[in-house]
Write a protein that binds this ligand. Structure first.
Ligand SMILES: [Cu+2]
Length: 353
């Protein structure tokens, strides 16, 4: 290389470096991805990170989660009959707290799980059944299972902590009342145990059943991936934007029933807006008569209910938080409505038992 070319090259480099320094000086700082911040975690640890990256406190197997499978997946337990004819439903739930999940491309998060997923399995029984849950804590911290609903104090999952590394406890009660209820770990600090993912849905069906419908569960949740007690992402069923990129297929003139539960921590409210339609809403699902006919409900922490609706017209319809910050950070999805009356329109919807 000629000396003159080398001089030009070095001069150019100096200009680029100087210009870059000037840019960072004048632009009022550097981007969030480059800037390290110190956070105090929920558990009191000090973490220095650039933000939305792998939780450095944990390294373990990554977790797979399929929101489309979760949507219509109901766990009725192992069924048997007691001597008096009562139906017994037995479940085994295992808690773990060492998994890492890629919640969004390149964004990793330490999840605490019931049976390996966030949310945990949707537990379903009929009013009057006996529900028996064998809980095993394979985590590194104490955990419990606290169910909303009616049961004896000893099975409330608050005062009887279940030890780490294989501790066990059996919860048992008569399924009541009819409705949709959350369950979650109730170990302190509570927000830490909930926000990491130890929650799920418990449905109690009325003895007489409900009208046939395409049923689904939506847990509205938030992800605080940088431990600053503010959510970085929001979702219906954990993965931000999932149902926008993978629309939920339903049919016209078919009853849709959504069991919706708000598990977002830190933010005082959440909401659910449906496009091109209104729904009948049954708060907590405890009544057979809907309380509202609306396209918008507002939910505080663990508030939940049942939404029922039918679409008259085929097409794509959004559903999302009308709190725009939440929808722009992932809590948005699409119903893809197929024409049930058009014989040429393929019936692609397959739904569960
Ligand atoms: Cu816990």
């Amino acid at each position: 290389m000629k000396k003159s070319s080398l001089r030009i090259m070095i001069s150019s480099l100096i200009v680029i470096i100087a210009a870059s320094s000037l840019y960072f000086t004048l632009s009022g700082g550097i981007s969030a991805l480059q800037e390290e911040k110190t956070f105090v975690t929920h558990g009191g640890g000090i973490v220095k990170t650039t933000g939305e990256i792998l939780d450095p406190l944990y390294t373990s197997a990554t977790m797979e989660f399929d929101p489309m499978k979760y949507l219509r997946d109901f766990n009725y337990g192992r069924v048997s009959q007691l001597s008096d004819g009562t139906t017994l439903r037995e479940f085994t739930i295992i808690a773990e707290d060492n998994k890492i999940m890629e919640v969004s491309p390149g964004v990793f998060y330490n999840v605490w799980t019931f049976n390996g997923t966030v949310p945990g399995p949707t537990i379903r029984a009929t009013e009057g059944d006996i529900v028996r849950i064998k809980f095993i804590n394979n985590g590194s911290k104490e955990h419990t299972m606290h169910f909303h609903g009616i049961h004896e104090a000893q099975f409330d999952g608050v005062f009887e902590s279940v030890g780490a590394g294989g501790g066990q406890f059996t919860y048992e009660w008569k399924a009541e009342p009819v409705g949709v209820h959350p369950y979650h770990c109730h170990t302190m600090p509570l927000e830490e145990h909930i926000v990491h993912g130890l929650y799920g849905v418990y449905i109690v069906d009325p003895k007489e059943g409900r009208p046939q419908a395409d049923e689904m569960v939506m847990v509205l949740n938030g992800l605080d991936t940088d431990f600053d007690t503010e959510n970085n992402f929001y979702a219906a069923n954990t993965i931000p934007f999932y149902y926008q990129h993978h629309p939920i297929q339903i049919n016209t003139d078919e009853l849709i029933r959504v069991y919706v539960v708000n598990m977002v921590e830190f933010d005082p409210i959440n909401n659910f807006h449906l496009h091109g339609n209104l729904y009948h809403y049954y708060p907590t699902g405890t009544d057979t008569v809907p309380s509202f006919y609306t396209d918008m409900i507002t939910l505080s922490q663990t508030e939940r209910g049942i939404m029922e609706f039918k679409y008259d017209y085929p097409g794509k319809y959004l559903f999302h938080a009308h709190k725009v910050e939440f929808s722009e950070k992932g809590w948005v999805g699409i119903f893809l409505v197929k024409d049930n009356n058009n014989q040429n329109s393929p019936k692609e919807v397959q739904y569960g038992t």
